[in-house]
Design a protein around this ligand. Sequence first.
Ligand code: F6R
Length: 630
Amino acid sequence: MCGIVGYVGHSDGRVNAGHNALGVVLEGLRRLEYRGYDSAGIAVVADGTISSRKKSGKLSNLIAELEASPLPESLTGIGHTRWATHGGPTDQNAHPHLSDEGKLALIHNGIIENFAELKLELVRKGVVFQSETDTEVAAALLGDIYRNQMGGDAAKGGLTRAMELACQRLEGAFTLLAIHADQPDVVVAARRNSPLVVGLGEGENFLGSDVSGFIDYTRRAVELGQDQIVTITADAVEITDFYGAPAEGKEYHVNWDPASAEKGGFPSFMEKEIHDQPDAVLQTLLGRSDIHGNLTLDELRVDPELLKSVDKIIVLACGTSAYAGQVAKYAIEHWCRIPTEVELSHEFRYRDPIVDENTLIVSISQSGETMDTLMAVRYAKEQGAKTVSICNTNGSTIPRESDAVLYTHAGPEIAVASTKAFLAQITAAYLLGLYLAQLRGNKFQGEIKDILADLGKIPAKVQHILDNEDQIKELGRSMADAKSVLFLGRHVGFPVAMEGALKLKELAYIHAEGFAAGELKHGPIALIEEGQPVFVVVPSPRGRNSLHAKVVSNIQEVRARGARTIVIAEEGDEAVKAYAEHVFYIPETPTLLAPLLTTVPLQIFALALASAKGYDVDQPRNLAKSVTVE
Ligand code: F6R
């Protein structure tokens, strides 16, 4: 949550140097806006003073403000796009916040938990606060330390030293970026539990919440550790801990193409990302098995003996990623016979869970920064568990703190609601399950090879669904007035139903619920009235243990009470037609892999319905992409 950008360039006209900070920061904010869009703001140092502009609402509001009231040219600047925590989304609460009589500007991502006591202390010293934010408290604290404790002496380590002292007093999770008029060629940043990456340029350096903040300028990035401070100038990047001791970051190359974070001709990122899904699955499968069907998860550097001794798996995730975890549970238990629980990360560590060295924690996170999941992983590690992260974001915190990582290769996901990352997460979880089955001898090599072959056919099948999306789009548009939509599924269709409902809630702001179809008769069936739309994910009729007949009975139960039923079924399932107002067919596929297909029409439906209502499908209200607060 919240996007942060910092920039320092050179004034002597070297290669690449001397970009106007305003342009660099605005471009970074444009790319980071998916992290929050309650307000945006920017501050630059020019002519010995700080100049700043901030505006509630989307970045476009700030840009209009800047056109009306331009900022001076500058080589040093910071910018922020906000997801509101403390204080509503107003101009006043927007970042940057100023202190030291307007000479210091600060932006922040996270929550300062001890803000109330610090605020009281500062009020007693005479500070008058303008906003309701914890950020302004951090700005005032930093200004007070710099001016009153250090005598405003830039020579004594200046803003960097002041930041160290301030961070020693702050509790909670934060990324802070500050500039000061006394040090016009410096940006100082600090990080505890919130994301921050350095971008290394030539004669210029950058800071961003993630690499998209500076991807147009450099591919060289440096990961920072916990509790670190970084001071950037045009020529240097210095990292210390909160006590001034030198520290190091880890440099890496960013291998994604900025074009992959553009809309590619689609009207929205969401639509583009839905259409990226064949490739997201393909890329996640690529290079992970040999021609004999042996899984070669080389990056999964956990001692195979340890993996053999695992007697329980706990999948930790939130939201859509947790639904991917629920799909994983069916596959892992079936293939590996290891008891597997799926738990929402924010519930996990507060209930005294039973975790020990034979527990394997599998965290699933697109961003790799979700605070709830990060904290749950840390807790599990403390209990001695082994931790594997399934993650889409290279170099992010959760994989870095886990024992091993299995990256999904969905490419950057910009639309706030997750689509392609979900399919990639499920794919990676299948690979992990098959790898464990191979290692522990639960499956013959030939069986694993067959499942991998079926997985290999998924991208073309997803493409087939996308090529025939018009029918479901039309239905979505025609249901723009729906007040409530229910989704039913059984077995792996159950998490798909919940994901279908979540997409509709997020994008179209419609009441939607996903239920296990068998559970309906235990209460929720009371919701059904004449005309209630109900989507049903129907399992394949093939196979001995098919739940097809049971789900058809569930359809009849709701139809008998007046529901309009919309069915996702397997090609060739003619029987189901008699029970459905609309049927959308997906290609034949083994039951356990079906979520990779059945999810897609539900995503398209939500997208079409929300678009028909005129909503911004990339940036739905109240949401942010990376949830870095607990
Ligand atoms: C829904 C959505 C969220 C995320 C959740 C976890 O469309 O995107 O529910 O899945 O916030 O985020 P990550 O996967 O980044 O940990």
